[in-house]
Design a protein. Sequence first.
Length: 368
Amino acid sequence: MARDALSTARFLLRRRKFYQAITLLEGREAFYEHNFEYALLLGTACLYAGDIGAAHRNFEAARKIKVSDSRLVLAQAALFLRRGESDRALQYYLTVVESDPSNKTAQAALEFIRAHGDYDTICRWADTGKLVRFYPPLGRHPLVVGAGLFFVLVIAGAVVSALYFRHERSSGTGPRADLSAIALTADEMRHAQETDVTGRSYRYILSDREITASFERARRSFQNYRDNAARIDINRILGSNAQASVKRKAELLQSYLSEPTFDTLTDNPDYGAVAADPLLYAGVWVSWSGRISNVRQDDDGWSGDFLVGYETMQNVDGIVTVHFAVAPDIAVERALTVLAYVVATDGRFSLEGRAVYQSVQDVFTAVH
């Protein structure tokens, strides 16, 4: 049976597919105008995706429809906390506790604000992703629930707990996919190189041991939520003399990598590393600071020259084109930080932008 957009969006949020949920909901705006659940869901998806400006707009739209809903109050409290407005966040969290004394998220947030609610600490927690624990709960990931039921029925509850705590991340996003089936066979490890290289050229010539080591590092990086590191090793394998079956498994592993936010990005490469070998970093996500110049708008979207490292107007690490499908809501005369992935073409690279952070009276703005 087909599900409506709101039910599908809730499912996507539980799967932590925030951008997919945003795209789905924004495409149904005409059907859900003045719908509280729609505005709340879209605002929550934007909050988790790091699009604080859009989250604020949708929460305000929801508030015009229903003021006292505790879910909305909790969401707005998290928004104010993320923006460093701890006094206002405190008031909202207290309101949640008054109506729902057992709300663990609000209780934990109140304890944090009272103990560590200074602006500098809030900024550090926002930068490291720790503030996500005070966001509106999304529920357990469906795959986690399904896996838990399976192991309870087939093996034992103790095994479920062992697997869960072995893979669980401190941010509360739950265990990642089980990649035990995506492993090199003994024969592939002994003969990882392509045997017939006639008429072929490779960017990287690796030994059997180097290919195997790269593959295993990619698997470990994935399980440790280091998707950028995993993608670099996968790119190295795909551009190397590894045999076809190894490359197929590397491509399969690549399909499990997820899109980060400012809060979750790890292994952020610098401009020099990417410029030295763009193909090795193709698809890798970066979070770089600088300034934008020469803005251009056409049918393909919005783009500009990104002066990386020029936020203080003293040094420029390099200049690269950054493109957004939708024009970001920014002031081009101010410094900013861009979240984007690397697009490699003919030995050069550009950036495909996903989000922007710019300090304008301590307000975050972003696009998706």
